[in-house]
Design a protein around this ligand. Structure first.
Ligand code: UDP
Length: 329
């Protein structure tokens, strides 16, 4: 298919672009480089540097079959203090993109949604039928876009898949090159722990040690970015097979790892001491977030195959190849 990938210079977007190219799709990446990196756009993809609000020219010129929409701001804490950035960039931006697609007759979309649409869960694992009560503007905005897609599917014959990511980690390591996480502001546990292992930070904090979990630290559901990419390829096939409709699927392993278990994995894989200190709870952190992935299995035939140590090992390989000047933050 001829696919437009918004946010294809970012971590997940670049990995999915590489996998799309490998599967024989024709890819154009649209990215404003506000957080992405031009050198992350895989060779073989056309690159257009612009924002999603300006997508109409690209869509008019490209005759695309589908859009994979990754471009978004994605820092939960920032969304709480600067909600306007999230409503503007994510919600208004996605609305502009959808309208451009409608005008140019592009009726297939795969969208990066999030576990943050659910908020504090009532049940574990979390099925897609759970109440959606986001606890921050990031999650609220992603939920608003999911609702947009549902309404466009009903009214305008859109075939869309929203993939609700849980905790994505790892890297794509191939002889041709490596793609992984390099955020200017790093907030995620695995890259931070690896920076400690590499000696780029003195220690990491375990955010909360008295949660009602087996070891007292928070439990999250981690999946490898390559398993995530596989789900996107399957989602594109779903949009090819359906002329309209909106499918929402969680992407998680169905199991969880605590913060302490992640740190143990980092120590095991890297062989580095990786000092960690107990710290207060991070405001708004639920104790346990684990996906039910039964729907993704049933609807997309998707099953994650890579475990925590493999994610940590691939992210470690990626981190070690980076330039020191890129590593801080
Ligand atoms: N976490 C931590 N120390 C850190 C970064 C994160 O203890 O330096 C915890 C965080 O509080 C949460 C878990 O690790 O319980 C996963 O956090 P992350 O930010 O990676 O993902 P989130 O689940 O918030 O999307």
């Amino acid at each position: 298919m001829r696919v437009l990938v918004t946010g294809g210079a970012g971590y997940i977007g670049s990995v999915v672009t590489a996998e799309l190219l490998g599967a024989g799709h024709q890819v154009t990446v649209l990215d404003d480089l506000s957080t992405g990196h031009a050198d992350a756009v895989p060779e073989g993809a056309e690159f257009v540097r612009t924002s999603i609000t300006e997508a109409h020219d690209v869509l008019a010129a490209g005759r695309f079959d589908a859009v994979l929409h990754f471009a978004a701001k994605s820092l939960v804490a920032e969304s709480v203090v600067k909600p306007e950035l999230y409503w503007q960039n994510n919600v208004v931006g996605s609305f502009a993109l959808l309208e451009s697609m409608r005008r140019h007759g592009v009726r297939k979309m795969v969208f990066s949604s999030t576990a943050a649409t659910y908020g504090e869960p009532e049940t574990t694992p979390i099925p897609e039928s759970s109440p959606t009560r986001p606890t921050n503007p990031y999650g609220a905005g992603k939920l608003a876009i999911d609702e947009m897609l549902t309404s466009y599917a009903v009214a305008h014959g859109l075939a869309a898949v929203s993939l609700r990511y849980f905790n994505v980690a790892g890297a794509r390591i191939t002889p041709d090159g490596m793609l992984g996480e390099r955020h200017a502001t790093e907030t995620h546990l695995i890259p931070i722990a690896l920076q400690v292992a590499a000696g780029l930070r003195p220690q990491l904090q375990v955010n909360g040690v008295h949660y009602p979990t087996p070891d007292g630290s928070c439990v999250r559901d981690y999946i490898h970015v390559l398993d995530l990419a596989d789900a996107h390829l399957r989602a594109i096939e779903w949009t090819r097979e359906h002329s309209e409709g909106h499918l929402i699927c969680n992407l998680g392993s169905g199991g969880g790892s605590s913060v302490r278990e992640v740190i143990d994995s980092v120590r095991r894989v890297t062989g580095k001491p990786t000092p960690a200190v107990d710290a207060p709870n991070r405001p708004g952190d639920p104790a346990v977030l684990i996906a039910s992935n039964a729907k993704a299995a049933a609807e997309l035939g998707w099953r994650p195959t890579r475990g925590l140590d493999e994610m940590v090992a691939d992210a470690w390989t990626f981190l070690q190849t980076r330039q020191p000047s890129e590593s801080a933050g």
